[in-house]
Design a protein around this ligand. Structure first.
Ligand code: GRF
Length: 206
C-alpha cells in the first residue's frame, strides 16, 4: 500500500514509522511521499535522509482551502497514494481531501480523546491535573480530533511530571503504537464502516 505522511514539525513519528518498517522488513507498505505545509520543517530533512520524496507548500500561497487541497490531491495522484497518515500535521483536513480519502486518513493525538483535542494536548492534561492521559489514533473526519477512534493507550500522569517528561512518555508510546496501527490498516484488520470502526481479527496478524 502506498502511504503519504503529512507533517508540520519535527517528524519523530514519521521517523518511527520508517524505522519500524525497516526493522520489520515490511514489504506490503511503503511511505512514498511526505507532505509538509511548512517548507522549513525539520521533518523534511528527516525525509531526505530516508530518501522519501517530499512536497511542501504554504497555505498562504493559495487563494483558498479548496485550491490548496486540489494541489495536494494532484500530488497524491502523482505518487498514487492510497492511504494518508497525519503525524503532527497542524491543518484541519477539508472536504476536497476528505471526499477522496474518507476512511483512508488517520491521525495521532497526544491525549485520550475526546479529552483535550486541538493544540497542546499535553499542556491541557497537565493544567487539568488529570491522573491519566494517553495517546489516541483515529480516522479523520471534518472536525478537529473528532473522528472515529481506532486505538488508545493510557499513560499515568505522575505528580512530578512536567511538559517535557510527559511529552517524552507520550511520544515513546506513539512511536510504537502508530506503526502497528498503520500496518493493521494496510492488512485490512481495521476499517471505517458506516457504523464505526471495525476490527477484523480473522485477518492474519504478524
Ligand atoms: C505528536 O505528539 C502527535 O501526537 C501530534 O503531534 C506530535 C508530532 O510530533 N499530533 P512529531 O513531529 O512526530 O515529533
Amino acid at each position: 500500500m502506498r502511504i503519504a505522511v503529512f507533517a508540520s514539525g519535527t517528524g519523530s513519528n514519521y521517523e518511527a514509522i520508517m524505522k519500524y518498517f525497516q526493522d520489520h522488513q515490511i514489504d506490503d507498505a511503503e511511505v512514498v511521499m511526505l507532505f509538509s505545509d511548512h517548507p522549513g520543517a525539520a521533518v523534511l530533512d528527516k525525509a531526505r535522509n530516508w530518501n522519501t520524496p517530499t512536497v511542501s507548500a504554504k497555505f498562504r500561497d493559495f487563494s483558498d482551502k479548496q485550491a490548496y487541497e486540489k494541489f495536494i490531491l494532484q500530488e497524491l495522484d502523482r505518487f498514487q497514494v492510497e492511504f494518508i497518515v497525519l503525524a503532527g500535521y497542524l491543518r484541519l483536513i477539508g472536504s476536497t481531501l476528505l471526499d477522496r480519502y474518507l476512511g483512508r486518513i488517520i491521525n495521532i493525538h497526544p491525549s485520550l480523546l475526546p479529552a483535550f483535542p486541538g493544540k497542546d494536548g499535553v499542556g491541557q492534561a497537565l493544567a487539568a491535573k488529570v491522573q491519566e492521559t494517553g495517546v489516541t489514533i483515529h480516522f479523520v473526519d471534518q472536525g478537529m480530533d473528532t473522528g472515529p477512534i481506532i486505538a488508545q493507550k493510557v499513560i499515568p500522569v505522575e505528580l512530578d511530571d512536567n511538559h517535557n517528561s510527559l511529552t517524552q512518555k507520550i511520544q515513546q508510546v506513539e512511536h510504537q503504537l502508530y506503526p502497528e496501527i498503520i500496518l493493521a490498516f494496510v492488512r485490512g484488520q481495521v476499517t471505517l464502516t458506516d457504523f464505526g470502526v471495525l476490527w477484523n481479527d480473522s485477518k492474519s496478524r504478524s
